[in-house]
Design a protein around this ligand. Structure first.
Ligand SMILES: Nc1ncnc2c1ncn2[C@@H]1O[C@H](COP(=O)(O)OP(=O)(O)OP(=O)(O)O)[C@@H](O)[C@H]1O
Length: 348
């Protein structure tokens, strides 16, 4: 798909931050994106992997130091005004006016973005309804919970009727109920034909929402595909057999040594051989256990999770450094953005 046909597109995009007196930071490199309209695309990565930098690239706050990016067929940096008419961004920080009510926040945003008075009320009512805030829209935002603020930000993003919505960690720090509500709203927006790109480091979120995922680490793409395709690359499925006592578990472990059986107390984990189906392995295991005269207390199958994929492609090392990096001075990659990005880092 070419730049003009994809809703979100990138080709070998790179962002290097150059800082006076310090080594340059390559926040993103070799980024390729080809997101068709009407889909939800998930960008996954550990802390400091470059997700927010990608968001800033897509909304024109940064320009690539190499390669190219297009959103709704336009160059987000050069055609920033036009892009912002078609693309909405829900940032990580909840930048809302605390003293104003929810509705007043939306009115302010609608006027700032030139939404006509005729459309304003209709769009605000529809957006408030979509995020279930119509009953509390008259209350000051200062009294809102974290989940309500996130939902208000989503409502705010809809006021310009965008075809592309970019959400930076939309459910960061919200409770399970709000998370569920936000996921349902995101599904509804994609069903309306809008394109959603969201960043997250929550596997459950990526699995639930992303039809296509891209995992980035240290700014580079390290895995791509649907959740099912990615999980298939990890492959290792295991059957857990629970024996009635430890001697029985030891016997079963010995019997299945050829299937890398491992015992832990009364539990035996047996690997499903690559290429074999889970039912056929289960049948063979149960037949063998029965013919040996053993009884089982329980049985379970563990499928590989997106978690396994994530850890395999990004490793287990902690990423504290990027999170605690100090506010950074002006950079080359963007124009007016360095203080904003640095300020966002400060809050983390
Ligand atoms: N303005 C800047 N100047 C220099 N380096 C920066 C700047 N902004 C980000 N970085 C660095 O670029 C890398 C990617 O940062 P980014 O904020 O995009 O990661 P992230 O995946 O969004 O992280 P998180 O999940 O913690 O929000 C990090 O090493 C970060 O320290």
């Amino acid at each position: 798909m070419a730049a003009e046909n994809a809703a979100i597109w990138a080709d070998e995009a790179e962002v290097v931050f150059r800082r006076r007196g310090r080594p340059p930071v390559c926040a993103v490199s070799g980024l390729g994106l080809d997101v068709p309209a009407g889909t939800v695309f998930c960008l996954l990565g550990p802390n400091g992997s470059g997700k927010t930098t990608v968001v800033n690239l897509l909304v024109g706050l940064l320009r690539p130091t190499r390669g190219a990016v297009a959103v709704a067929g336009m160059d987000p940096h050069r055609q920033r005004r036009e892009v912002l008419r078609r693309v909405a961004v829900v940032p990580q920080e909840t930048a809302l006016y605390e003293e104003l009510t929810g509705r007043e926040n939306l009115e302010f945003h609608a006027r700032y973005y030139g939404v006509t008075r005729a459309a304003e009320r209709r769009r605000i009512d529809a957006a408030l309804e979509l995020v279930s805030l119509e009953g509390t829209a008259g209350e000051r935002v200062g009294t809102y919970s974290g989940g309500m603020r996130r939902r208000l930000l989503l409502a705010r993003a809809l006021l310009t009727d965008p075809s592309v919505i970019v959400l930076d960690e939309p459910t960061l720090g919200v409770d399970v109920q709000s998370r569920q509500a936000i996921w349902e709203r995101i599904d509804a927006l994609a069903d309306e034909g809008r394109t959603i790109l969201l960043t997250t480091n929550l596997m459950e979120e990526a699995e639930r929402l992303g039809r296509d995922l891209l995992v980035i680490d240290e700014g580079r793409p390290v895995a791509a595909g649907t959740p099912g395709e990615l999980k298939a690359t990890v492959a290792q499925r295991t059957v857990r057999l629970q024996a009635s006592d430890e001697p029985t578990a030891a016997n079963i472990t010995e019997r299945f040594a050829g299937l890398s059986a491992q015992r832990s107390g009364i539990e035996v984990r047996v690997a499903v051989p690559t290429g074999d189906s889970v039912p056929s392995t289960l049948r063979a295991l149960l037949d063998a256990v029965e013919s040996d005269g053993h009884a089982l207390e329980g049985i379970a199958v563990d499928e590989p999770s997106l978690h396994d994929v994530f850890l395999r492609v990004t490793g287990r090392a902690l990423r504290d450094r990027a999170v605690s990096s100090p506010a950074l001075p002006a950079v080359d990659a963007g124009t007016s953005t360095a203080p904003r990005v640095a300020a966002a880092e400060d809050q983390r």
